[in-house]
Design a protein around this ligand. Sequence first.
Ligand code: DON
Length: 591
Amino acid sequence: MRDSMHRSWALALSALFAVAACRPHPTVSPAAAAAPAGAPSSDATRVAFPDGWRFRAGAPATEAEHAMVVSNSRLASEAGVEILKAGGNAVDAAVATGFALAVTYPTAGNIGGGGFMNIHMADGRSMTLDYREVAPIAASRNMYLDENGKLTRKSTVGYLASGVPGSVAGMSEALHKYGTMTLAQVMAPAIRLAEEGFVVDSQFSRGIEGGRRAITPFEGKALFFPGDSAVRVGTRLVQPDLARTLKMIAADGPKAFYEGPIADSLVADEQRGGGIITKEDLRRYKPEWRTPIKANYRGYTLLAMPPSSSGGITMTEAMNILENFAPLPPAGSVAYIHLLTESFRRAFIDRNTKLGDPAFVTNPVAELTSKAYAKKLAAQIDLHHASKTPTFATKAEGMNTTHYSVADAMGNAVATTTTLNGGYGSGVWVRGAGFFMNNEMDDFASEPGKPNMYGLVQGEANAIAPGKRMLSAMDPTIVLDPQGRLLMVTGAAGGPTIITATMQVILNVIEQHMDLADAMRAPRIHHQSLPDTLRYEAKGMTQATIDSLKAMGHAVAQNRGGLANVNSILRVGSVWHGVNEPRSVGGAVGY
Ligand code: DON
């Protein structure tokens, strides 16, 4: 079966390249293309991006001998490195970075949201922590439908949009189990940044301006829009309310947030604004330790997030499908884009219909991640024609989640993705406590069968229920090389594009033999089954490639802006390479 698939694949490849009428890109040297997936460093392939593509190939990564932190805020990465230099491990540094992001990257960094942490210790232990928000006790299946059964905006804006936040409980739990320092120690940089402030740069100011619609109807307006303009470049942003909140957490632990004075402020605010989160909701919140989804892809091990995130299962399913085609066609070629698309399509069909919070639904994990199932799906791929799924209008994502990667001198690694969902979440800024609340309730299928803010069409498994976690796409991932050694720490922001972008960066390294900087800069594509549209980045494909894909039956559309926001670390020999997302802001900082 597999052999015959390879033979038909080889035949189809030549046909596809003829259709493309241009050289596929990036070009891959014959030696590299023939090599088994392997060491990405010394034999890294020279890459040629399409003409006019926004990034040039061959840029350097940040290199460090001991440890590396990569996040969407340089100040937050520096906070992590400060903790590492003070003797902390990767978990200490990840928690320090997480709290610092809540101060310096408030569009997504948070204490009012939730996230997922993937930890791999140097001694081989691997675990994930799910600190996803849960639906409040008073939530109900149709709470976002009006009296005519039409979907309202209440799952995205304002008080009703928030799930019960998990970030403070999650970060504290991770630190308690696998860190070596106290909350007060690892939160010191975040407290300093909130109390003493930091100088606003153009990117921060633009980000706040971009959040005007979300922020200005609520209490955060005074701080972030003094005199009605977004905080100006060059001014120092001091956040006294947030500093006080962080100090209470540092001193009294998560209890301060879930039962103490911060809970009081949060619930008072909810009551003022018509929200439904209660003291009981906060008191009940618990993060969950879970076993990672473990995929084997041509000898590499991918450790990824299990439900309540769909990230690990969806990525594993798509990777398993691709594994049936060897060697993969060169990155950027029509043949490669077609295969990626068809594997994404199939994995997302399952994702959108079968997955949900494991406390409420049975996820068919074993089946969806099995090689036999992937083989069946791979055999259904027509190498010349796109499969079809019905279309819906598409919506573009913001870049409003944030992923950060940490590797320390001992070889421990932490991949964390955290979010408020939309930029600045629901817009609600808790009065007196100084932080934004999430609008994660929109990640439920508010109306099963209808698209959410990411155009994702999902089913009953992800319908709203009290205490239930909404299905996520977040996919913090750790890759081990065929010898079982830590190779990559990666993950992304970008709603469903998280899964497809993370996978493409990993494939660029282990299959396409790119170094990390090129792997991150290479053009990306996205397909999520519905809407049935293959999205690409402006100038990320030549017209000839687009024409060929259309001729195969793909609906091809240019994405508004870049696809996803990835922050990655790669081990190259004994050196860490770090690259923050070139499409966004941030910093890779090591020592
Ligand atoms: O959990 C999820 O899948 C979404 N709440 C992630 C949202 C996101 O990535 C938004 N921005 N880029």
